[in-house]
Ligand binder design. Structure first.
Ligand SMILES: *[C@@H]1O[C@H](CO)[C@@H](O)[C@H](O)[C@H]1NC(C)=O
Ligand SMILES: *[C@@H]1O[C@H](CO)[C@@H](O)[C@H](O)[C@H]1NC(C)=O
Ligand SMILES: [Zn+2]
Length: 438
């Protein structure tokens, strides 16, 4: 009586073993995406070596050449190249970053580096949207194009850069300024965008430039009971009022529907520092001799940086009111030729028209082009006058970058590969001259 259950158990055991080994052997675009998602690339200690090895293996398996640069030791830039039949033509560059922001594992329904795929196809991982999806999709679309016998006229490069999430200073900023980059002769580039909750793909033609503004006031200290002119606090508060008014006028454009959030100059107070400390908090009967306020400013590319500086110097922190200020510009508003850093999204830019048609050829629709509210590595490339569009092909997807439970649906990931096949084949086949762009 013991043998039938034993046989049954053995039978089940073999079924499970064969299913498991099948699972391990499975090698599809989805499982390759999951593998890439499992590398622990979160700051403050991103693992760069392992994902770079993985990508090099992937690129070689497709027959693409690879080069690794280390502008800063331990922070590799990987360049994958698909040589075009006319390498003299300006090339096309597809960029993504290797690193991720941290994730608070205990607030996730699946561990953030497990790349768990639910039965309904949601793949949960830090980086699923930002931006490991595009990093793998670039390669998978080239894999498909190659297997169909397509060969590009222009050379196609894919770059994988470190440190984007902490400003790109040891990543794209150094790469874009290098002679290795100049030699690539990039005519048009693409970088990450953002998910769209609706059914139109989003595309970004510019980033905003952050300025950190600190204004400081000095004044005569005095008794808290005394009314007098030119105290530090009083001088600072005058500026705070003026800045608040400016903020309101900008925000009014947004509220009236005349501009998107990212199209106006945002000015947000981030700290106030004043007062004379005491054991219980602050001394209350004393007007301090110094006061300071910090602001986060974001300027769209069409903003006039000189006009803004003049406003700050004359109205927000005038020397005549005993005020000083510092502006730390976290990037440029103008490219190397002094032009606003934005990529035209009309027929004056042939790359735009080709890109748009290529997306539409897959049945996709593009939303009105946007300025990204934050910043990406795109600014380092646009700074050299290279037209660049930010694009991550995700529609009907909640925007979860930097959020808990970041996920991408498997079907959307696969759709993205199809979109890039169309985009990469169209852009790399473009024969026209690229200097029309400017
Ligand atoms: C600026 O500082 C000087 C010297 O402390 C003072 O005499 C003057 O009243 C101050 N002016 C204002 C507008 O605060
Ligand atoms: C295209 O857009 C740019 C702004 O990005 C504008 O300056 C230019 O006049 C436009 N050209 C055409 C042909 O519409
Ligand atoms: Zn990103």
């Amino acid at each position: 009586m013991a043998s039938p259950p034993l046989l049954w158990t053995l039978f089940l055991f073999f079924i499970i073993i064969s299913l498991q080994s099948h699972g391990e052997e499975e090698d599809t675009p989805i499982t390759r995406f999951q593998q890439y998602l499992r590398f622990k690339t979160a700051h403050p200690n991103p693992n760069y070596a392992a994902p770079v090895r993985f990508l090099v293996d992937q690129a070689r398996s497709i027959g693409l050449s690879t080069r690794t640069f280390e502008f800063v030791s331990g922070k590799p830039v990987l360049l994958v190249t698909w040589l075009g039949s006319n390498p003299k033509l300006p090339s096309i560059l597809f960029n993504s970053h290797l690193d991720s922001v941290p994730a608070e594992a205990e607030k996730w329904i699946h561990p953030p580096f497990s790349a768990h795929r639910t039965v309904d196809g949601h793949i949960y991982a830090r980086g699923a949207q930002d931006d490991k999806c595009i990093g793998v999709q670039y390669l998978e679309s080239i894999r498909n194009l190659k297997s169909r016998g397509f060969s590009p006229l222009r050379t196609v490069h894919i770059s994988y850069v470190p440190e984007e999430e902490i400003g790109g200073f040891d990543g794209m900023e150094k790469f874009a300024a290098s002679s290795e980059f100049t030699e690539l002769n990039v005519g048009f580039a693409m970088d990450e965008g953002q998910a769209s909750p609706g059914d139109e793909f989003r595309v970004f033609y510019a980033d905003r430039t952050p300025w950190n503004l600190v204004i400081r006031a000095e004044g005569i200290p005095g008794h808290g009971a005394k009314l007098y002119d030119n105290g530090a606090m009083e001088n600072l508060m005058k500026s705070v009022e003026l800045i608040s008014k400016f903020r309101e006028t900008q925000f009014d454009f947004v509220k009236a529907g005349k501009a998107a959030n990212s199209e106006v100059i945002s000015v947000n107070p981030v700290y106030l520092k004043a007062g004379t400390p005491s054991n219980t908090g602050f001394v209350m009967n004393m007007q301090p001799s110094e006061a300071e306020a910090g602001y986060d400013l974001r300027l769209p590319p069409m903003a006039d940086p000189d006009a803004m500086k003049k406003r700050i110097a004359e109205e927000w922190a005038p020397a005549i009111r005993n005020m000083t200020y510092t502006i730390i510009a976290k990037g440029k508003l103008r490219d190397h030729l002094g032009r606003p850093m934005m990529t035209p999204t009309n027929d004056s830019n042939p790359w735009w028209s080709i890109f748009k048609r290529a997306v539409e050829a897959t049945g996709g629709k593009l939303a009105k082009p946007e300025i990204l509210a934050s910043t990406t590595d795109a600014r380092y490339i646009r700074a050299f006058g290279i037209p660049l569009l930010g694009f991550s092909p995700m529609i009907n997807t909640p925007i979860l970058l930097h959020d808990h439970n970041e996920f991408l649906k498997d079907t959307m990931f696969m759709k993205g590969i199809e979109v890039y096949e169309s985009v990469i084949s169209a852009l790399s086949s473009f024969e026209g001259v690229s200097d029309q762009v400017i």
